[in-house]
Write a protein that binds this ligand. Sequence first.
Ligand code: CMP
Length: 156
Amino acid sequence: MNLEQAVVLIKPDGLQRGLVGEIISRFEQKGLKLAAMKMTYLNDTLLDEWYAHHKDKPFFPQLKSFMQKSPVVAMLWEGIECVDAVRKLTGITKSRAAEAGSIRGDLGMSQQLNLIHASDSVAMADKERDLIFKPEEIFHYQKDIELFIYSEAERA
Ligand code: CMP
């Protein structure tokens, strides 16, 4: 079973707009497994590391300030080829152009206030997981419904 994990953050706009439950439901209904979840503030040091690849972009200072406007909800989702599945559910960066049916496409209009962050590769997911979760905050448990989510061959 080629299991992957992906980090999702519900950004301050998602929290403020009361979309936490709706967003979590999208991932639950897809059949992904929740391995960790918490509310937290993102400090300067963490954001510098998190968005290191954006540090020279003109929007970087604004992005950091936006991400600190309120707590975020951080989650770790797990499944087969989970990173790609989560990105498809998330939709492209610019919410108003995102595909209908995706979280951003259905619920948002902004490029910066785009409701959630999703890991864009397995390597980034590993980095983000280690930045935001302590090992004891990550849960390993049996989810019997997976017998009806993946085929026997996929689970082997
Ligand atoms: P995300 O893809 O999660 O990670 C980088 C974030 O930077 C992105 O979501 C947006 O919130 C923000 N962002 C990306 N491009 C722009 C832009 N052109 N102007 C403002 N914010 C942006």
